[in-house]
Design a binder for this molecule. Sequence first.
Ligand code: FES
Length: 906
Amino acid sequence: MSHSVALSFEDGVTRFITCEDEQTVADAAYRSRINIPLDCRDGACGTCKALCESGEYDGGTYLDDALSQSESDEGYCLPCSMKPTSDLVLQIASTSAVAKTQAAKHDTVVTAVEKLSATTVRLAVEAPAGGTLAFLPGQYVNITVPGSDETRSYSFSCVSGSDELEFLVKLTPGGLMSTYLSDTATVGDKISFTGPHGSFFLREAQRPALLLAGGTGLAPILSILRTMAAESSTRSVHLVYGASTDDDVVQLDELALLASTMDAFTWDHCVSDPTTTAANKGYVTALLNDTHLNGGDVAVYLCGPPPMVESVRTHFTEAGIEPTGFYYEKFAPSSAAAKESLDDDTDAATEVLANNDRISTIDAAVTTADADVVPAASADLEPALDGRSIFGRAVFGSRVREPLHKRNTGFSASDEVATMRAIASQRVAVAGSTADQGGLDESSDLVLTPEAHSVAAQRIWPSRDIEPLVARRPEPVPVSTSSSGYEIGEEHPSVHESDAVFEARRALELGALELVIGRLSSQQISGYRLLAETTTRYVDGDRFVDAAAYTETNAAFHDYLFTQTGNEHLLQAYRALGVKAAMEEVLRNATWCDPLCAQDHLDIVDAFEAGDRERARTLIADHADRSKATMKRAMHESRTNKRPKFVSPGRFAGKVVLITGAAQGIGEFVARRIGAEGGSLILADRSELVESLTEEFRQDDVEATPVIADLETWEGASSAVDAALTAHGRVDVSIHVVGGTIWAKPYAEYPPEQIEKEISRSLFPTLWSCRAVIPHMIERGAGTIVNVSSVATRGIHRVPYAAAKGGVNAITATLALEAAPHGVRVVATAPGGTDAPPRRVARGPAPSTGQEKDWYQAIVDQTVDSSLLKRYGTLDEQAAAICFLASDEASYITGTVLPVAGGDPG
Ligand code: FES
């Protein structure tokens, strides 16, 4: 039973959690990502003390020092120890902000304002004292513009740990930060910022990296390169740096210096302004070649305006390349709080297009329109009389400034005039001219609307009428967009295709580690440990006790590290990887788990508590490998385990078959085989797993109806038969599989209540199911009942179970006598030991003590020993016998119990 607990915080915020039986309030809160105050977690310190306003609870065990008798009498309680016995309302002695990620605020002073070019300033500030700031190369901060309350976002261009923090700022006429830097900024000015923000940072890996920087998007790339240089990285890395004008090109000397110190670093740069003196004119994509893409085994880091991101993505699509990692940071210029430097670059990037590449020219224009980054209709754009510019924006590069008819192109002078006034084959009149405004070509598939005359800043045609020039991949969901307009994302092949997503998780965690290692308080460590311990409940050795619960608690554990970075983007980036959803899907039916997975969680917390960076790094990397192995095995097992080994096509065509205990084990395999042989299935089980099994059957066009019922009761058994009659009007075959020993021990060790439970589990489901279905079969004068018994009727350490199965044998023999005159057969199989995946829903507690394990092993030994074949059977072998007896092939067999135990007669 679960209870609702309202957590009422000091700031008036109330949040609700669900607390299961035997779960402490603190445990439930942390699993819900609400990090209430916590320290000892054991009722010893009083840190978690809360006031219970209403409800009942078991206070658990605690020390008087933590909670005195008088405090307890007043209603105070300890969420780390208490377990609700009703719904509760608790006052938590903290604000709700404790549960949220919050970036730290830092106050510092300006140390340098250096104009690197006519358009770009280097701003430097003093690093906060005391090592309170750590950041990852590529991250940014929100700086409050001195003299205002507004913030602007700038990426670090320096290395974490530097005494001086450095940023590159593009000067924007009239811009708030630009005006400050140009007019009043002085060394010594007080300045503050929050951060670090962002999930755009260099991930640890050995595969080649391709860095693409647009304008002052060079800043985070510089930080990445400087960090690599500081670490003497030997990783192969190539940079392409693009700028709009020569004035925007900065830090070339620094790049050359970096190249001289890093053997595996190469770089190039280009300027899109046609009048540039740079060696390369055009866009960064023109400088990419196959070597840089490395057949897709490359990590791409791109910081630039949206059109640049889209152009690069298109470039990859055209090349048929899906990079193993595509990390980008782009700026959404629609935001009021625009990042000034990139905002300017956005316009610049749409101005001039790559020389030698007319297709790219047109595509980029379409991309711009699709991306909707152009100013609104009221934008203050001026028409130009030059056909090479559109509303003041240069469109064609200098290559076409020379008249085409003079360049042996086959164009006549009159052709060129028409071309100059046409875009995508549509003639566009020079604004303000009355000449030659013939409108759009009505024979084309373009739509004649007033807006169709708009160009550049305005749409020239409705986007639905334009077929993309290349097949684009679906627009990726942005990982995060901050209030300041930063958009950060990353893309990887899916979990089903590649290991990349696991690598991505590891890389993100290693990044988060750098931000928090040595900085977590004892309270934070306590919360971390609580979540780690919670995951261990759902694995037992190399087996999942409850894979779904493990997935849920594992996600809470991994989320926690990102929460503690204070960087919401990192948490979002982690969640956007979809690891949890992938685990939910893949591990749904999994039984095997790497035996160290849960232990890793505890060890990771230990390493963080000790501030042992290297140990934590190793554990996180190893844990990623173990998670990957668990997922891969689950995927493999789920594929191979699902197919019946033997199938007799059409044997159950037209038959309605009820199977109890269908969610797993023998029942599931019987269902799979009968489904494959044409039967319509009624799948009854107490576990909701029958619903997912039903879904799976339906996807394969097998007719199936799930019934969740407690078959130990008459109501449950009759509801299963009722469901079959409602769905099909009849039951042709009823197969009763429910049963199985709960405990393994000498009879003398069984307490009475366990004996009753064994009988209830393994006798009553068959008794009730036979009773529920037999009247219907007798009435119809047809039908087959197959009970599943056991050769344990002559086995040790499970006398109650054996008694129950002896009862099943008796039911089979006696009911067969009564049913035969009505044309109804009643038969049974008696399975011996059967190899099966560990049950997803356990029958009972696994043997834990040495004694219990010995008793269980004695059963295994006796089972193998009494089999003439000296082995366990398989699920396919058990299903084969059951399906045979259930089929018309066994029409002359009734009242028989068929041992399926390798020669053990039972
Ligand atoms: S008493 Fe609850 S955390 Fe210490």
